[in-house]
Write a protein that binds this ligand. Structure first.
Ligand SMILES: [Zn+2]
Length: 290
């Protein structure tokens, strides 16, 4: 546990978890991967003598809501989330249905893709005060209605609006749902003042600009690569293969779902920008640069 401000702490790990404490009452920012993470949080609360007031989920991905079920069962913790994320938290099978574009293959039925369901008790606005000293900011892009949290003592929790260098190197391409919103969000966050910035996956930093620039540059690079791959006429599968080869990624069912979904989102974005077009030839959907 690292203290970042008078009321704000972070438990650093595979998913960084925030603790915002006032007079012994804690609002948790995300709950981590699974039951184990819920257990660790519970232990910390006990050690500190804190009460859990609520869990705020920045968004509905399994690595952010995985501890909800444990905390709800054991501490009766209310879960708060935005309207767009709430259905996914209550019905995690929507996550895999969304990623796969239909009923998922059985290889996706695991805790990474399908967290245990939990009940959402309060719907949050995407912008504005949640509690005194704790504000939501909209961070659309990585997921549909993701939010970040800004604390009164100057800490900005950034969820998955950008990723640390180590994660980018390891995975090659981050998950992106809405490319236009993703870029706008990073540009906004880049200019936002804070004493500490906390990405969910990456080190806490006092200057977010280098990481914002790195993440933005990567999006530009992916766009260019996709446009080059569609110079001839290419199917989605050919484009996906080209991109994975370029970033030295090896696909399995999970990666195929995640990277595939991201590539489809990029193709839609480039089509919206009139940079790519598609046509159906002999029942194949082929993409072509305009
Ligand atoms: Zn995440």
């Amino acid at each position: 546990m690292r203290q970042l401000g008078k009321s704000t702490w972070v438990l650093e790990g595979p998913t960084n978890i925030g603790f915002y404490e006032t007079e012994g009452d804690v609002i948790l920012i995300d709950s981590g991967n699974d039951k184990e993470s819920g257990r660790r949080i519970n232990k910390i609360l006990k050690e500190k003598g804190w009460r859990l007031k609520a869990v705020v989920n920045t968004h509905s991905n399994g690595d952010h809501i995985g501890g909800n079920d444990y905390l709800q069962r054991n501490l009766d913790a209310p879960v708060w989330a935005t309207a767009g994320e709430h259905s996914f938290i209550e019905r995690p099978e929507l996550e895999t249905a969304f990623l796969w574009g239909g009923r998922e293959v059985k290889e996706l039925r695991n805790k990474f893709f399908q967290a245990r369901p939990s009940r959402v008790d309060r719907i949050l606005n995407e912008e504005g005060e949640i509690e005194p000293g704790l504000n939501a900011i909209s961070l659309k892009g990585h997921f549909m209605n993701m939010i970040g949290l800004e604390t009164g003592d100057g800490v900005l929790f950034l969820a998955d609006c950008l990723f640390g260098e180590e994660i980018l190197t390891k995975y090659g391409i981050p998950f992106i749902y809405d490319v236009g919103a993703y870029k706008r969000t990073i540009e906004t966050v880049r200019e936002r003042e804070a004493s500490f910035y906390v990405p969910s996956h990456g080190p806490v930093t006092e200057d977010i600009r280098p990481l914002a620039d790195r993440n933005l540059a990567l999006v530009g690079e992916i766009e260019e690569t996709l446009l080059t791959l569609a110079e001839g006429e290419s199917s989605f599968e050919e484009i996906l293969k080209g991109l994975c080869d370029r970033y030295l990624m090896e696909l399995n069912a999970g990666q195929y779902a995640l990277v595939g979904s991201t590539v489809r989102s990029f193709l839609s974005w480039l089509h919206d920008q009139d940079l790519l077009d598609f046509a159906f030839t002999e029942n194949r959907m082929l993409w072509k640069r305009r």
